[in-house]
Design a protein around this ligand. Sequence first.
Ligand code: SF4
Length: 370
Amino acid sequence: MTIKAGDILSAREAILLAEAEAVDLSPPIEIPPIPPEAHPNFTRDQKKHVELIENIQKLKRERKAIILAHNYMPKDIQDIADVVGDSLLLAQKGKESNATVLVEASVRFMQDILAVMKKPHQTVLAPDLGALCSLAAHAKPEKVLEWKEAYPDGIVISYVNTDIRIKAISDYCCASANSPKVIRYATIHHPDVPILFLPDVYLGLYAADILKKAGESIDRLWLMMGACHVHDRIKPSHVEEELRKNPGAAVVAHSECSCVSSCIQKIASGKTPEALMQIRSTQGMIDFVRNTPSDTVIMATEVGNIYPIEKAIPGKRIIPASKEAICAFMKQNTLEKVYASLRDLKYEITVDRELAERARIPIEKMLAIV
Ligand code: SF4
């Protein structure tokens, strides 16, 4: 039988196939073109830019609004945002906020979380409805329901990059920042039962490593063959090439990258000290860059994530493992669309009440286990 993206396999089989790149993990949804205003090298006419910022600030005051922006956003959106962070931080800050309008420049699965957690007086807005996620699109509820039927005592841990319908049938939800803690929590509190982790097979590989380090067998772990098309394309060869050009540089890789396995092996073999190579979450990369003794850091992540790190830690030289690692979905958000969103109160994100009640349970766990 041919294994396809979205299939659920035992962790051992999934890891072998992922390492051999034997399954086509291409995005199951169309990748939109990047608007010129969101391109990393775009510069706007200065006068227009100032006008746009002033208009956004004015509307923010009038609407009692805040802007939440993911780390992968274009720089100009990050510069005017009230909060910049990864999916976990945005969910936490969105939940805490009492603002009347929450504009979140991110992708749909994150905006859905705000819509589930929002207070009755709040409105959640997305600047662009085309901002989806290729990783989330790999996970189909039917596949998860089939697995649950086969393993009725099993538990499901879904990564935050999933559709709200997947969260509604999951026991736990986690973000890259707290995936090790959630995975450990779930394995300790549910001994001996099958565990399905989805949808990212590379993060699953990292999850398996966490279990092994805790002295647990990975025999009860199941993984879905899913991947983010941006991180999947950051290969071990990209990291090797940059290391050759920058001897002595440190390396930090996001746990969704396809170079994760080779990084884990290097660290485990003792060839590279942990101070110079680690797997980290979007947010956790900041701490690594701050603490590593090396002045140069190769970052295997979406290129937008370099900007908040350069801002937070000036003086370190940050090199992307791949300059091509740009998420076109995230880049559907532009400053112009953030302005239009605030001006016209579009596009409002809502979640069906019954679905929201079920999805709220694993989301609350994600916010609690940090
Ligand atoms: S970078 Fe990948 S995982 Fe993140 S939103 Fe884009 S497609 Fe999804």
